[in-house]
Design a protein around this ligand. Structure first.
Ligand SMILES: Cc1ncc(COP(=O)(O)O)c(C=O)c1O
Length: 446
């Protein structure tokens, strides 16, 4: 039987060596918890298109694309040129610049809810400011969120992202559970947790807790938490109830913006009050944004007293803005359509592979996003996702790394534009090989 960890150790001495050095200077040898995995993370040397090369020179298909951000692949010539051009002209000034206006205009034109936008540097900041803005606008303190959704790593976001179901209360009335050893008690008290895709239960909870809830924040398509699409009914119900109860509706489209021009909100035809964005909008540089209704965004206008201050030394820096403009201009409706068509095809092919081996797996996919859940239960919310077998997922992930593909350790991935027939076939073949190789281990473990 093939132990994927043994193979990984044998084939990645370069990464191991770099990690041994890095742990002396950084906790866990990394600066990003989500890229760490046992026994040590892969160190990437370079990327081009949908391919990446690790510290040992091994080439792999990048099915993760920096957690879905690299929709055009790595080192896209137009993006590289925009960065080169801007780098030579200066990268950051304590002043406004014309390019942020260009990216702002693109987002306002494309995303239905966005009348006005502000930039920041990460999705974490975007959701933090959106929540803060909602509190300022409504004068209410609490935020309602979805169990199993992900909104980054600030205090108010680190609640019930991945709770132990045994400690998280009933599925239709989830408890607020801390995700982090640092989650403060106030964040739990000021969070209302809603089940996903359960319109009646969510409405009941919001009516009970409504008086001091400023906003409901959710991903219309849960991304990092397993590529789980909301039903239209769920989004429409939240839209109606939040409006009635005086709460803002925030769509966190940091990942789901990649499903089409204007993101998931355009696809569903449900328009929130505020939207958070990130990943693809920076062309591979650290750019994120939050935007929405002009009468809400206006609280950020420094000409107004009082106003909500938003600092950030690198907010809207011309380097990130130039990369973002170059990338967003490449993303025409046809490009999204191609990506989504490929996504649908890969989803079907993977389902066939698992079925042919008799492996109980759910292949969730929306547009160019994919996630594989090793469970016989259809994955439609956090509790169904939590039935997946973590051990099989880990073997699968490491097995794929060994066979030339990088996905997220939770078996999530995304199609990028440089992926052609060959790369897709290589990915599907690698999945087939890994399942063939690992099946005896999975069967032996019962
Ligand atoms: C939906 C969503 N919101 C927020 C974030 C946080 O973004 P960042 O990692 O840029 O802070 C992420 C990151 O994956 C995300 O998927």
């Amino acid at each position: 039987m093939v132990d994927p960890e043994d193979v990984y150790r044998q084939t990645t001495p370069g990464s191991r060596g770099l990690h041994e050095k890095a742990v002396r200077f950084m906790p866990g040898g990394t600066t990003r918890s989500t890229t760490y995995f046992d026994p040590y993370p892969l160190f990437i040397d370079r990327g081009e298109g949908c391919r990446i090369w690790d510290a040992d020179g091994i080439e792999r298909i990048d099915m993760l694309g920096n957690y879905t951000a690299m929709i055009l692949g790595h080192a896209h010539p137009k993006v590289v040129e925009a960065i080169r051009h801007q780098a030579a002209r200066g990268t950051a000034f304590a002043a406004a610049n014309a390019i942020e206006g260009e990216l702002a205009e693109i987002l306002c034109e494309q995303v239905p809810s966005v009348d006005q936008v502000r930039f920041c540097n990460s999705g974490t900041e975007a959701t933090m400011f959106a929540m803060r803005l909602a509190r300022a606008f409504t004068g209410r303190a609490r935020i309602a969120r979805i169990e199993g959704g992900y909104h980054g790593t600030h205090d108010h976001a680190e609640v019930s992202t991945h709770p132990d179901p045994a400690e998280a209360g009933p599925a239709d009335r989830p408890l607020a559970r801390p995700d982090s050893i640092a989650t403060p008690a106030w964040a739990l008290e000021q969070t209302v947790v809603l089940p996903f895709n359960a319109p009646d239960a969510a409405e009941r909870i919001l009516r009970e807790e409504g008086a001091d809830v400023a906003a409901v924040i959710l991903e219309p398509i849960i991304g990092a938490g397993g590529v789980i699409a909301a039903t239209t009914e769920f989004l429409e119900r939240l839209r109606r109830v939040t409006r009635e109860l005086g709460m803002l509706l925030i769509f966190d489209e940091v990942i789901s913006l990649r499903v089409g021009p204007g993101g998931a909100q355009k696809l569903y035809g449900v328009t929130p009050d505020l939207t958070t964005m990130g990943k693809i909008i920076g062309g591979g540089l650290p750019v994120a944004a939050f935007g929405g209704r002009a009468d809400v965004m206006e609280l950020l206008d420094p000409r107004r007293q009082p106003n909500l201050a938003q600092g950030g030394t690198y907010n809207g820096n011309p380097l990130g803005m130039a990369a973002g403009v170059a990338a967003m201009r490449e993303l025409t409706p046809d490009v999204y359509e191609d990506l989504n068509r490929t996504g649908a095809r890969v989803k079907d092919q993977l389902s066939e592979v698992f079925a042919s081996h008799g492996v109980a797996a759910q292949v969730n996919g929306v547009g160019s996003l994919l996630a594989i859940h090793f469970t016989p239960t259809p994955v439609t919310d956090y509790r169904s996702k939590a039935t997946a077998d973590d051990r099989i997922t880990r073997d699968f992930f490491l097995g794929l790394v060994n066979h030339g593909v990088l996905m997220a350790p939770r078996a999530m991935g995304a199609i990028s534009t440089p992926m052609g027939e060959d790369e897709i076939q290589r990915f599907v073949d690698a999945v087939d090989t890994v399942v063939t190789e690992q099946l005896p281990r999975w069967q032996a473990a019962g």
